[in-house]
Design a protein around this ligand. Structure first.
Ligand SMILES: CC(C)(COP(=O)(O)OP(=O)(O)OC[C@H]1O[C@@H](n2cnc3c(N)ncnc32)[C@H](O)[C@@H]1OP(=O)(O)O)[C@@H](O)C(=O)NCCC(=O)NCCS
Length: 164
C-alpha cells in the first residue's frame, strides 16, 4: 500500500461489511453492525474510513463531539496493513475535523495493556489523565483515560509535520 495514495473519507453504509471484518479481527468484544449504523446517522458522529490506493478499506475511526470535547470511541486498522501510518492518518484527519467543528479537547479510553494504541495517541500529545477500573471485559481490564488539550495547537503542529 503506497501511503501517499491512501485517503480518508466519511464512512458510508456500503463500508459496513469491510468495517465489520476489521472490527472482528481487531477486538475481543467487537462492535455490532447496529452500533456502526448509529454512527452513520447524520449529526450523531464523526465516522471516517481510510482507503488504500486500490480502494480497499484499511481502517476507520468513530468519535463524537459533545460541547467542546471530541470523544474517540473506536479506531482500528486492518491487521495486514498495520504500522504503515494508517492509524496516524485517521487520527489526524479526525482531530482536524473535530477542531474545525469547535472542539478544543479530545479524549478516549484505551485498554491499559494496549501499548500500540497508547503510543499512537501519545505521539499526538495525548496524556493519561485517569483510569477506569475494570472498564473492559473479555478479558476484564482497566481503561486508561487519555486527553489532548488544546486540540488546535496539536493539530497545527502535526499538520505542519505532514506537509513539511
Ligand atoms: C492501534 C492501531 C489503530 C494503530 O494503527 P496503525 O495504522 O498500525 O498505526 P500507525 O502505523 O499509524 O502508527 C502510528 C504510531 O502508533 C504507534 N504504534 C502503532 N503500532 C504499534 C505497535 N505495534 N507497537 C508500538 N507502537 C505502535 C507508534 O508510535 C507509531 O508510530 P511509529 O510507527 O512512528 O513508531 C492498530 O494497531 C489497531 O488497529 N489495533 C487494534 C485496535 C486498537 O487497539 N485500537 C485502539 C483502541 S483505543
Amino acid at each position: 500500500m503506497a501511503n501517499g495514495a491512501m485517503r480518508v473519507e466519511k464512512m458510508r453504509p456500503e463500508d459496513l461489511e469491510a468495517v465489520l471484518r476489521v472490527e472482528v479481527a481487531s477486538f475481543s468484544q467487537p462492535w455490532t453492525r447496529e452500533m456502526f449504523e448509529v454512527e452513520l446517522i447524520p449529526g450523531v458522529s464523526l465516522a471516517l474510513v481510510a482507503r488504500s490506493d486500490a480502494d480497499t478499506l484499511v481502517g476507520y475511526l468513530c468519535g463524537s463531539i459533545v460541547g467542546d470535547e471530541f470523544h474517540i470511541s473506536n479506531v482500528a486498522v486492518d491487521p495486514r496493513v498495520r504500522r504503515r501510518g494508517v492509524g496516524r492518518k485517521l487520527l489526524l484527519s479526525a482531530l482536524v475535523e473535530a477542531s474545525q467543528h469547535g472542539a478544543s479537547t479530545a479524549s478516549l479510553e484505551v485498554r491499559a495493556s494496549n501499548r500500540a494504541g497508547q503510543s499512537l495517541y501519545r505521539n499526538f500529545g495525548f496524556t493519561v489523565i485517569g483510569r477506569r477500573r475494570r472498564y473492559y471485559t473479555s478479558p476484564v481490564e482497566d481503561a486508561v483515560i487519555m486527553c489532548l488539550h488544546p486540540l488546535k495547537a496539536a493539530v497545527t503542529s502535526h499538520t505542519e509535520g505532514e506537509t513539511a
